[in-house]
Design a protein around this ligand. Structure first.
Ligand code: S3P
Length: 168
């Protein structure tokens, strides 16, 4: 089974993905990390040098071209489901789990790491919630195509596992 975790930056995809993979005995594939392996640098640097359009193409190619093991958890990037036909591809190739969170909750989790995130680096802490609110509105249509949607507040790997089991 391939389990794709999707959701906005800061919702916990990588951390929950690691815990879920450990519990299930599956491999964890972190898409941003795979991109960093390919480019030999950070996503932030790649974004800064090449721009978003080039990054989105590489992200899509990496998502679709990776040689996934049969059973794995994939932590996607926050924008991954929202470009090209990536969300359709995800749903054709696995089970998707949307980790949903409000703009305020996301802003609280993201405020300390603004500088490291290319889409946030030019924002002030005050404009962060507003930016997230707008971006989330743009992206929700994609995120809500997920097989399973779970509230990210107090979400644990056990809860995700139970939901996956309940759905067979
Ligand atoms: C992005 C999210 C990031 C990374 C890139 C773009 C986005 O991943 O892929 O900076 O567009 O939301 P995380 O969601 O893992 O931070």
């Amino acid at each position: 089974m391939k389990i794709f975790l999707i959701g906005f930056m800061g919702c916990g995809k990588s951390t929950l993905g690691r815990k879920l993979a450990t519990k299930l005995g599956y491999d964890l594939i972190d898409l941003d990390h795979q991109i960093e392996v390919i480019t030999g640098g950070s996503v932030a640097d790649y974004f800064a040098v090449n721009g978003e359009e080039v990054f989105r193409k590489l992200e899509s190619d990496t998502l679709k071209g990776f040689d996934y093991p049969k059973n794995c958890v994939i932590a996607t990037g926050g924008g991954t489901p929202c470009y090209f036909d990536n969300m359709d591809w995800i749903n054709k190739n696995g089970t998707s789990v949307y980790i949903e969170m409000s703009p305020l909750a996301l802003a609280k989790r993201l405020e300390k790491g603004i500088a490291k995130r290319p889409l946030l680096s030019s924002l002030s802490e005050e404009s962060l919630v507003h930016f997230i609110h707008n971006k989330l509105e743009e992206r929700e249509g994609f995120y809500h195509q997920a097989t399973i949607t779970l509230n990210g507040v107090n979400l644990t790997a056990d809860i995700i596992r139970a939901e996956l089991l309940a759905r067979g």
